[in-house]
Design a protein around this ligand. Structure first.
Ligand SMILES: NC(=O)c1ccc[n+]([C@@H]2O[C@H](COP(=O)([O-])OP(=O)(O)OC[C@H]3O[C@@H](n4cnc5c(N)ncnc54)[C@H](O)[C@@H]3O)[C@@H](O)[C@H]2O)c1
Length: 270
């Protein structure tokens, strides 16, 4: 039996910076209580200071199972459940072609971007499976008994993939590209495994967004890279992190209860 939704709770990894921070801020504007998690605890605390709703800042290293488990435990101790999660923590790694790429840079990118997302899914889903399903608007479904027998939702998760998770393009390094393809594989598999239990798993595929990650890459790139990055987009510009945040909040929301295993491009026409 599904219960009625109270104020929802969201957990955002990598929310000390960039897309994760913008998404935590947007979730808070929408009334969500927020668990703001990052390996850089100080930056997570700064994000927490930007929020108007209840929240906690948590240190997490997404490459370590004990740390990810502790993050989920901290969220549940504070708020009792996790309705939504956005797994945004990620790194770009070395900006080099394959021959010049150091092996340890490959390992680190895979550790954070692939194992990190897998560990977050593992512990977030384990928690969501223990939760009672909730229904936001039962009246909306009252006259549609055949649409779905199970209408409550236990949780909704969004993973940060990338346009580079769908195809490579100039400036993208091979380990990063491969890691973001892998995020889509994790997303689709998790979505299939837990669809019947009322857990949705989707991904966002932004192209290039104006975040510290992008500006760090631009510093290492040849002059004129900013213009080249903008001109790669039919829209003629890169994205604001807030534009990615809006898409994440929509995917997590009750606006799309039958959408799972999907990826949403936020790519200015690419
Ligand atoms: N910026 C872009 O153009 C772009 C495009 C497509 C996809 N993405 C993806 O979106 C996500 C966010 O990117 P961003 O641009 O906001 O980057 P960012 O560097 O601004 O923020 C990433 C955050 O992740 C945290 N982090 C790194 N390693 C961690 C770890 N082991 N455990 C916990 N936290 C860790 C960092 O401390 C940082 O706060 C990443 O997964 C990135 O690959 C970014």
């Amino acid at each position: 039996m599904a219960s009625l939704r109270t104020k929802p709770v969201v957990l955002v990894t990598g929310s000390g910076s960039g897309i994760g921070r913008a998404t935590a801020v947007r979730f808070a504007e929408l009334g969500y209580s927020c668990v703001v998690a990052d390996i850089d605890e100080q930056s997570a605390k700064e994000t927490l200071g930007m929020l108007q709703t209840p929240g906690i800042a948590v240190h997490v290293d997404v490459t370590m199972a004990t740390s990810v488990e502790a993050m989920v435990t901290a969220a549940v101790q504070r708020f009792g459940r996790i309705d939504c999660a956005f797994n945004s923590a990620g790194i770009y790694g070395a900006s080099a072609r394959i021959v010049e790429s150091p092996e340890d840079a490959f390992d680190r990118v895979m550790d954070v971007n692939v194992k990190g997302v897998w560990l977050c899914l593992k512990y977030e889903i384990a928690q969501m499976l223990q939760q009672e399903p909730v229904m936001s608007d039962p009246a909306k479904w009252a006259d549609k008994p055949d649409v779905c027998r199970f209408r409550g939702v236990r949780g909704s998760i969004v993973n940060a993939s990338s346009l580079a998770g769908l195809h490579s393009f100039p400036i993208i390094s091979a380990p990063y590209c491969a890691s973001k393809f892998a995020v889509l594989g994790l997303t689709q598999t998790a979505a299939m495994e837990y669809a019947k239990e009322g857990i949705r798993v989707n991904a966002v595929c932004p192209s290039i967004a104006a975040t510290p990650m992008t500006y760090r890459n631009m510093e290492m790139a040849p002059p004129g890279s900013a213009e080249r990055m903008a001109s790669m987009h039919p829209a003629g510009r890169i994205a604001a992190p807030e534009e990615v945040a809006e898409a994440v909040c929509w995917l997590c929301s009750d606006a799309c209860p039958f959408t799972t295993g999907e990826h949403l491009k936020i790519a200015g026409g690419n």
